[in-house]
Design a protein around this ligand. Structure first.
Ligand code: PA5
Ligand code: NI
Length: 191
């Protein structure tokens, strides 16, 4: 099978800007704006207002210097999620399972505050706090989404996972996660 072959590549280093939340020389730079998030938030009208009246703000960016997507390699990224609200719901990533479900991921939070929100296909649900210096282990089989619960700072994290894992958004786009994170009277409420 193709994924069992591990291409030999040369070692390399990458410069990160931990404050700005970016990876210099990134070949892949994913930008997701409010308009890419249709269907993901509880308050669709509030999302539409952001798109139409507030210039379709950026929600998050992902930077990668890619490696071969083969067994043996490790993919890694910088993920930078802006602060903000859609109605009362905090800005968040789409969330996904890995296409090869029995692959884990680690997230090291570099800046900001928020949560990693996780679920399994069998209905388990979990959240883990993300703050600077805290690492979250997302075990195999757990879908994962990050949520920025800060008021002004971006939530910046470094992630790493088996390079062949892939992203499976389909089921999250349809089913979502069992709970959402809302700002109520300045507090984060999971409901
Ligand atoms: O692989 C990961 O978990 C990250 O690189 C995410 O893809 C990134 O944080 C963006 O989230 P999503 O892919 O759910 O839009
Ligand atoms: Ni992932």
């Amino acid at each position: 099978m193709q994924t069992q072959q591990t291409p030999l590549i040369n070692p390399f280093g990458v410069e990160l800007d931990l404050e700005k939340g970016l990876m210099r020389g990134a070949k892949n730079h994913l930008v997701r704006r409010a308009s890419d998030m249709r269907g993901y938030y509880a308050d669709a009208a509030a999302l539409q207002r952001l798109i139409g009246e507030e210039n379709d703000p950026v929600h998050y960016e992902v930077f990668e210097v890619p490696v071969p997507e083969n067994y043996g390699h490790l993919m890694y990224c910088i993920s930078t999620l802006r602060p903000g609200l859609v109605g009362q719901e905090y800005f968040m990533t789409k969330g996904h399972y890995h296409s090869i479900p029995n692959t884990a991921e680690i997230y090291l939070c570099l800046r900001g505050e928020g949560y990693m929100v996780m679920k399994t296909a069998e209905g388990k649900f979990a959240t883990e706090r993300m703050t600077r210096g805290r690492m979250v282990y997302v075990p195999p089989f757990w879908a994962h989404r990050s949520v920025n619960t800060g008021t002004s700072e971006p939530l910046v994290s470094f992630c790493a996972y088996p390079a062949e894992a892939g992203h499976n958004y389909g089921d999250i786009a349809v089913q979502g996660f069992p709970k959402r994170l809302f700002a109520k009277n300045g507090e984060c409420v999971v409901a």
